[in-house]
Design a protein around this ligand. Structure first.
Ligand SMILES: Nc1ncnc2c1ncn2[C@@H]1O[C@H](COP(=O)(O)OP(=O)(O)O)[C@@H](O)[C@H]1O
Ligand SMILES: [Mg+2]
Length: 226
C-alpha cells in the first residue's frame, strides 16, 4: 500500500470582502505517494484558493489538512514554513524566477533557505536537477535571458531542490505552447514514476488532464468528481 501524502477533511473557505462568499465547500480528498492528479474546473470555481490552503500558505479555513500524516491544525507560522520548504514544491503559471539572478542561483534558493545541507551540497544538487531536466547548459545564464519553456523547466528544478514529497502546480503549462507543455508533462510523469513524488496540478488543458492518473473536477467550490 502506498502511503497517503495529503488528506483534506471537509475544508470550507470563506472570503468576506465585500460580502461573505463561501468559495470552498466540504472539500475532502486524499492523495497517495506517486499519484499524478490534475484539478480542473471553470475559472472562479476555487482551484487556486484550494492550492493556497493545501500548500499551507493560507491558514484561514475550516476543516483539516493532513500532510505526510501530520495535521496542520494549530501549527505556528514557523512550523508551517518548515513543512512548506521541506515537503512541498511549487510551480506556477508565471515562473517567479528572480530575473537578475542566474539560473543556478534561482534553483539553489529554496535549498539555501531550508539550510539542511551546505551551500556546496545545494549547488551540486541544483546542477544534478538541471542536468536531469536537460538544462544544465543554462546554469550561468541570467533568468531573464532564457525562453519561456526554459524558465518553466528552471522553475521545476527549483521546486525539486529540497526533494519534496509533493509538487503542486497552478496552471504550470498555462503560458506554454503545445511542445513545451508536453515537455513539462513528461517531466512530471517521470518524477512520479522514478522518484515516487506526488503531483497535484491545476490545469485548463483537458488533454494534459486526461493523461494524468486521476482528475479532480471542481464546480462552484465543490469537488464534483474524483
Ligand atoms: N482575496 C479574495 N477576496 C475575495 N474573493 C476572492 C479572493 N480570491 C479569490 N476570490 C474569489 O474566490 C473564488 C475562487 O477563486 P479562485 O480560487 O481564484 O478560482 P480559480 O483558481 O478556480 O479560477 C472566485 O469567486 C474569486 O472571485
Ligand atoms: Mg486560479
Amino acid at each position: 500500500m502506498e502511503k497517503l501524502i495529503l488528506e483534506t477533511n471537509k475544508i470550507n473557505k470563506y472570503f468576506h470582502d465585500p460580502v461573505t462568499n463561501q468559495v470552498l465547500k466540504e472539500v475532502s480528498f486524499s492523495m497517495k505517494q506517486r499519484e499524478f492528479v490534475s484539478v480542473v474546473g471553470k475559472s472562479g470555481c476555487g482551484k487556486s484558493t484550494l492550492l493556497y490552503i493545501l500548500s499551507t500558505m493560507d491558514t484561514e479555513y475550516e476543516g483539516d489538512l493532513i500532510l505526510d500524516g501530520v495535521s496542520m491544525q494549530g501549527k505556528s507560522d514557523e512550523e508551517l514554513s518548515r513543512v512548506r520548504n521541506e515537503k512541498i514544491g511549487f510551480v506556477f503559471q508565471f515562473h517567479y524566477l528572480l530575473p537578475e539572478f542566474s539560473v543556478l542561483q534561482n534553483v539553489m534558493m529554496p535549498g539555501l533557505k531550508l539550510a539542511k545541507h551546505s551551500a556546496q551540497e545545494v549547488e551540486s544538487n541544483a546542477i544534478d536537477r538541471l542536468k536531469s531536466l536537460g538544462i544544465d547548459h543554462l546554469a550561468a545564464k541570467r533568468a531573464s535571458q532564457i525562453s519561456g519553456g526554459e524558465k518553466q523547466r528552471v522553475a521545476i528544478a527549483r521546486a525539486l531542490i529540497n526533494n519534496p514529497l509533493i509538487i503542486m502546480g497552478d496552471e504550470p503549462t498555462g503560458n506554454l505552447d503545445h511542445k513545451n507543455s508536453d515537455i513539462v508533462f513528461d517531466i512530471f510523469h517521470q518524477l512520479a514514476e522514478e522518484t515516487g513524488q506526488s503531483l497535484l496540478i491545476v490545469t485548463h488543458d483537458h488533454d494534459f488532464a486526461s493523461r494524468t492518473d486521476r482528475i479532480i473536477e471542481m464546480d462552484d467550490g465543490r469537488i464534483v468528481n474524483h
